[in-house]
Ligand binder design. Structure first.
Ligand SMILES: Nc1ncnc2c1ncn2[C@@H]1O[C@H](COP(=O)(O)OP(=O)(O)OP(=O)(O)O)[C@@H](O)[C@H]1O
Ligand SMILES: [Mg+2]
Length: 362
């Protein structure tokens, strides 16, 4: 094992990165103990691309998204780390950074984060009804979002709302604009939610499992639509999902999370064809592949994800890992390092580097 200089994220220039998360710790201080939901997340969100976040239930995908939006509420709190938003604008073939905002330093209820939400970063929540208010029509909710960020009259805002509803291919947008969320089907609600998130043309859209509640046909339509809108608007998307099939279809890059940390980040092809973390490999072996000829048994990942209240020493995956190295993996937490010759591929595992994050980092 050679020792290499450690990085916290992939090696990417500032201008190509819209959001950079470094060493983020978000804890929930509950009556039964401290749940360390995020335990040192490092993540680069590449501008103009779709970044997938995958990992088993409870690994911290939603909490990462909520932390970036500053929507973590009591008893949760960001206790360490930084989240930097680069406000970038397209310039020629690249991007120019207009402003850099340290999101972690903002008052979560203050005017700055409120103005960034919607106009710069928007989120589609895992639960559609979390973002749609049942007592207002879909149109009113989109109009409110539009008027919050832009100086337009009520009539103009309504026209915009209808326009956006058409854009997300909701049939009969002129009628849907006056409907309440409960009067829509699940698929229509999902489209309405996407419309609301897109109403102020955010640079970064975080979509947290936006299609899990839908049938496969509707899911495929919504995914196509999001990809299309992303290409049209040059938007960046963070796409959170359990489904590696969806990742293959949607994403340019992938971050794999395990127990409150990103353990590998790489372009989508590298994740599928050259996975370097044993957890990424195990995740891939646990899903069926259509194109593989020989009948390989699907391997469920042995063991269960430890709960975030437990204190595990060393790499948190060590007791489930088929490459476990006694005396190494249970002693220290591996650092995130970039792969030599592949600056966009970063991995956190002692198989690839002996760099540590710190003695018994958890
Ligand atoms: N309000 C809360 N109070 C206590 N613990 C919480 C709270 N919210 C989240 N957690 C804990 O933080 C950890 C990460 O949760 P998170 O919702 O980010 O998981 P996830 O990766 O999105 O999972 P899923 O795939 O099931 O949506 C979990 O162990 C969860 O129990
Ligand atoms: Mg979640």
């Amino acid at each position: 094992m050679e020792s290499r200089e450690t990085t916290t994220t992939t090696e990417r220039s500032e201008t190509d990165t819209i959001l950079r998360i470094k060493n983020l710790h978000t804890y929930f201080f509950t009556v039964v103990g401290v749940a360390k939901a995020l335990n040192g997340v490092n993540l680069d969100v590449p501008a103009g691309k779709v970044l997938g976040i995958v990992g088993e239930s409870g690994c911290g995908k939603s909490v990462t998204a909520l932390s970036a939006m500053r929507l973590v509420v009591e008893p949760g709190r960001i206790v360490e780390g930084t989240i930097t938003l680069n406000q970038i604008r397209k310039q020629g073939n690249g991007y120019k950074v207009m402003d850099e905002v340290d999101i972690t330093s903002l008052d979560p209820r203050g005017p700055k984060i409120r103005s960034l939400r919607g106009s710069e970063i928007a989120m589609i929540f895992q639960e559609p009804m979390t973002s749609l208010n049942p007592s207002y029509t879909v149109g009113n909710q989109i109009m409110e979002a539009v008027q919050l960020h832009q100086k337009v009259s009520k009539v103009e805002a309504r026209d915009r709302a209808i326009d956006i509803l058409r854009r997300v291919e909701l049939p009969n947008a002129e009628a849907v604009v006056d409907r309440y969320p409960h009067q829509l089907s699940g698929g229509m609600r999902q489209r309405a939610m996407i419309a609301m998130a897109l109403s102020c043309t955010p640079s970064l859209l975080i979509a947290d499992e936006p299609t899990t509640a839908l049938d496969v046909t509707t899911e495929a339509e919504i995914l196509d639509l999001m990809r299309e809108l992303q290409a049209d608007m040059g938007m960046t998307i963070v796409f959170i999902t359990h489904n590696l099939g969806v990742v293959a279809q949607m994403c340019d890059e992938v971050a794999v999370m395990y127990l409150g940390r990103v353990v590998e980040q790489a372009p989508v092809d590298d994740i599928f064809y050259n996975p370097m973390h044993p957890y990424t490999r195990a995740l891939l072996q646990s899903i069926p592949r259509v194109r593989v000829r020989e009948k390989k048994r699907l391997e469920p990942i042995r063991g269960v994800v430890p709960d975030p209240y437990s204190n595990i020493s060393g790499c948190p995956f060590h007791d489930r890992c088929s490459d476990f190295m006694p005396g190494v993996c249970e002693v220290n937490v591996p650092a995130m390092v970039t792969v030599p010759g592949d600056p966009q591929h970063a991995v956190r595992c002692f198989l690839h580097s002996d760099a540590t994050e710190g003695e018994n980092g958890r």
